[in-house]
Design a protein around this ligand. Sequence first.
Ligand SMILES: NC(=O)C1=CN([C@@H]2O[C@H](COP(=O)(O)OP(=O)(O)OC[C@H]3O[C@@H](n4cnc5c(N)ncnc54)[C@H](O)[C@@H]3O)[C@@H](O)[C@H]2O)C=CC1
Ligand SMILES: NCC(=O)COP(=O)(O)O
Length: 341
Amino acid sequence: MTASTPPLPLALSMGEPAGIGAEITLKAWLKRDDDGVPPFFIIADAGHLAVDAAALDLGVPLVRIAEPAAAIAAFARGLPVLHRPLPHMPVPGRPQAATAPSVVKAIEEAVRLTQAGQAAAVVTNPIHKKVLLGAGFPFPGHTEFLASLAGGDAHAVMMLAGPSLRVVPVSVHVSLAQAIAGLSAAAIVAAGQATAQALAQDFGIARPRLAIAGLNPHAGEEGAMGSDEQDLIAPAVAVLQAAGIEAFGPVPPDALFTPLARTGYDAAICMYHDQALIPLKALDFDRAVNVTLGLPFVRTSPDHGTAFDIAGKGLASPASLIAALKMAAAIADRRRAGQQR
Ligand SMILES: NC(=O)C1=CN([C@@H]2O[C@H](COP(=O)(O)OP(=O)(O)OC[C@H]3O[C@@H](n4cnc5c(N)ncnc54)[C@H](O)[C@@H]3O)[C@@H](O)[C@H]2O)C=CC1
Ligand SMILES: NCC(=O)COP(=O)(O)O
């Protein structure tokens, strides 16, 4: 950042208002000094935030802002809110289709403000996929929606990054049967290329090492337990290697996440959602960050969902949201510095 480029706040979307988004946002603001939380503003209903703050006895002053630029100065005295009224007050744990348009508009606005240079990055609070789908939202998650908002030929790739592990699932929000049927060498190569590029550009790893998981037990045992490794995964590894990427595999999935194996790579490319997210959450739940690779803007989010079972109870931890805010700011700073070189 130079003297002529003012700092930009992060744009945080409200997420599902019946979930824990408001609570973890209020708690993240309270920890701004202790945890070094970068300045952010939330696109949400200020009345709802005030109700939650009072109900949970969180002493958070709210500062309504008219534009993102005001968030930097406001952040020290209160939580900056770009007020966008909801049609009714949410009930914790009970999502309603009526608030779905507001949830979606908050994501769109965060993206628009970031692409317009008024915010440094997009950070999203968790959404409830089923209620949005039921209200006509045509995407199964942020990742697919953000790819569409980015337009063009954006190929959005999900990475979850924690202190112990980084994982990238080749497919995201599809059934296991669809994930297996849709697996292709091209999809593995695309995920590997996006990951190598992001690790270098956004995480400062000059020569990223990628472990490519097998799909079947024992990575197919040379074809005795499945041929996907020979037909798709090994050829994809060869293509990545030919492109100069330090990729290896297929690695037997049950051996990929042992403590020793994890020292050998910077990210694991996994063949489906849960192959990636189960080890990540077992090792790093509440400390990991969901970051979308392959977009023309920076987007992160906590590693967890709407947590309806604890919504409104004051039990939600803001740790992953704080990690997401910090990672978004670090990546945005790194990209800005890269552009100025
Ligand atoms: N980025 C996003 O928008 C994401 C959205 N989701 C959505 O969230 C909804 C619920 O998903 P689940 O699978 O139940 O996962 P979840 O992460 O909401 O909850 C799983 C368990 O972790 C606990 N938990 C989650 N976050 C916590 C926190 N900050 N502090 C303390 N405990 C926490 C919950 O109480 C629950 O027991 C679904 O609709 C799912 O699609 C899930 C993951 C990410
Ligand atoms: N399990 C991770 C998840 O569902 C996050 O998806 P997205 O909304 O960030 O695409």
